[in-house]
Ligand binder design. Structure first.
Ligand SMILES: [Zn+2]
Ligand SMILES: [Zn+2]
Length: 270
């Protein structure tokens, strides 16, 4: 006869609803298990987003600390730094527990590796006496990460190399409150005279014959902000028009040429 086990995740959750029944052999209900998986899956993205909130585009798995002072115009967001440290620490701690008790090799200390590892051992973790703690901690972390990203005052996205002849600069778009900051325009980080509005940039970019050689990759979020279009629409367009894509660190990147071409034909703003 099966004894009734209440979900440890529900019992620790903030909502006062009655706890669900734990799945057979586990300590979490179906809903809490699903949420835990989704949040672990999202943490590497949130980690990256928090990195961008620090003022630069931080590709996954790259430098955690930079030496020297901040770049001009860069905004320090302490919360995002703390959340990043916490995401890495938390994923690391739970992976360490799994690796030790299951006697398997622990993954490299990188958020996407750690998250992938935990997802592979999720059912085992959900049966562990600490399952409720894991669910609670990951939920708290996901909330903190969302807050930190939402609170981000300014974000800079690297769009690509400067198009002016012989300029070694990189073109950076400044985003504010989730949208392109029109006052800041799109500028080159080497020469302040190299600057464009979003509309000019799109046209200019398209006119360049060697644009394909300078192909850059953007996330759906980047595209959404650069062209002031909902993320859902970006995903839909990408899928409908088969935008070239690649995957890195659990994230999907689209060739910037596709949205440039699309939004030139269908401008969002006049
Ligand atoms: Zn539950
Ligand atoms: Zn330049």
């Amino acid at each position: 006869m099966r004894t009734i086990v209440w979900c440890e995740g529900c019992r620790r959750g903030s909502d006062a609803a009655d706890p669900g029944l734990a799945l057979d052999g586990l300590r979490l209900c179906a809903q809490c298990l699903r949420l835990l998986a989704r949040r672990i899956e999202e943490l590497p993205h949130m980690y990256e987003e928090c990195g961008r909130a620090l003022g630069g585009s931080v590709p996954s798995g790259v430098r955690e600390h930079t030496s020297g002072g901040p770049l001009p115009g860069m905004t320090i967001n302490a919360t995002a730094v703390e959340v990043r440290t916490e995401i890495l620490g938390t994923l690391s701690a739970w992976s360490g527990l799994v690796a030790e008790q299951r006697e398997v090799r622990a993954p490299r200390r990188a958020v996407d590796q750690l998250a992938g590892f935990l997802l592979r051992h999720l059912r085992w973790l959900a049966a562990h006496p600490a399952a409720g703690d894991a669910a609670q901690e990951v939920a708290r972390l996901a909330r903190a990460a969302r807050r930190a990203v939402a609170a981000e005052p300014v974000r800079r996205v690297q769009v690509g190399g400067c198009v002016e002849p012989d300029c070694p600069g990189r073109i950076v778009a400044t985003l504010r409150d989730g949208g392109l900051d029109e006052r800041m325009r799109i500028r080159c980080d080497a020469d302040p005279d190299h600057s464009w509005t979003a509309a000019e940039w799109t046209l200019l970019r398209r006119a360049l014959p060697d644009a394909a050689a300078e192909e850059r990759w953007l996330t759906a979020q980047d595209i959404s902000r650069l062209w002031d279009t909902p993320v859902g629409t970006v995903y839909r367009l990408a899928s409908e028009h088969r935008w070239p894509r690649r995957s890195r660190g659990g994230r999907t990147y689209y060739s910037e040429l596709a949205p440039h071409a699309h939004f030139t034909r269908h401008p969002r703003r006049t």
